[in-house]
Design a protein around this ligand. Structure first.
Ligand code: C5P
Length: 217
């Protein structure tokens, strides 16, 4: 029996990687599968929320009964989030947003020529930072995937991005990396309370994360 504790809540979830084009055939991206964010979206629907899922390119099917907004570039994800921010009660940022994008997108395919090729990159907006800046009463939850100093870095991000909770996972641990169906998470709140959980499925992890969010209502 699933509790409908998110009934009446509108939630925006970002998920997946972003894709930053270099030319008409190439792009920069990362290993994010989107699984964690999609499981969160699914769990939210089960628990009664109205869900907007803003997703970068993934190989998984969009969950049923969500407003699905597919995007590619970080700039597109940023615009989609900003467009819907005012109408939502909660933002959950699980996307692995590319920190940089090529300064110019070449109109024609880049030809191999010299021994070296330099590509200039410029910074993308930090979507969750911008969400935190416009916070009001909205609940903001982020993720921190780290390979070292997990708690320290995650706590720093929680503060800098004005989040209520941050879900930290050590991506160097087996069963917690990219693309797998499991995760090992720690949830940190504003008062630096840290909750540690054992290895579990991403679906179970999604429900555990929602349990902690629901306590903030
Ligand atoms: O600083 P870092 O990228 O590790 O922070 C991760 C958190 O910030 C995640 O919640 C991620 O979705 C969000 N983020 C973002 N926009 C960026 C970079 C990260 O929303 N450009």
């Amino acid at each position: 029996d699933i509790k409908r504790d998110f009934e009446g809540k509108k939630v925006l979830v970002t998920a997946g990687p972003t894709r930053e084009p270099l030319d008409p055939v190439r792009y920069l991206t990362n290993h994010s599968s989107g699984k964690m964010g999609y499981e969160i979206a699914k769990a939210l629907v089960e628990r009664g929320a109205e869900v907007i899922l803003v997703s970068g390119p993934t190989y998984i099917e969009a969950p049923k009964n969500v407003t699905f907004i597919p995007v590619e570039m970080a700039m597109e994800m940023y615009n989609a989030v900003m467009m819907h921010l005012e109408e939502v009660d909660i933002v959950i940022g699980s996307a692995a947003v590319s920190d940089y994008r090529p300064k110019e997108i070449q109109k024609e395919k880049i030809k191999k020529d010299d021994q070296e090729l330099t590509i200039q990159l410029v910074k993308n907006p930090d979507i969750m930072y911008e969400v935190g800046k416009r916070k009001q009463n909205r609940i903001s939850v982020g993720f921190a995937a780290e390979t070292t100093n997990l708690i320290e870095y995650a706590t720093k991000k929680l503060k800098e991005k004005n989040m209520d909770l941050i879900v930290a996972n050590d991506v160097s641990q087996e069963g917690a990396g990219f693309g797998v169906d499991t995760n090992i998470i720690k949830i940190i709140d504003k008062n630096q309370n840290i909750k540690e959980y054992p290895l579990m499925s991403k679906s179970q992890a999604a429900h555990v994360i929602l349990d902690e969010i629901a306590k903030l209502f």
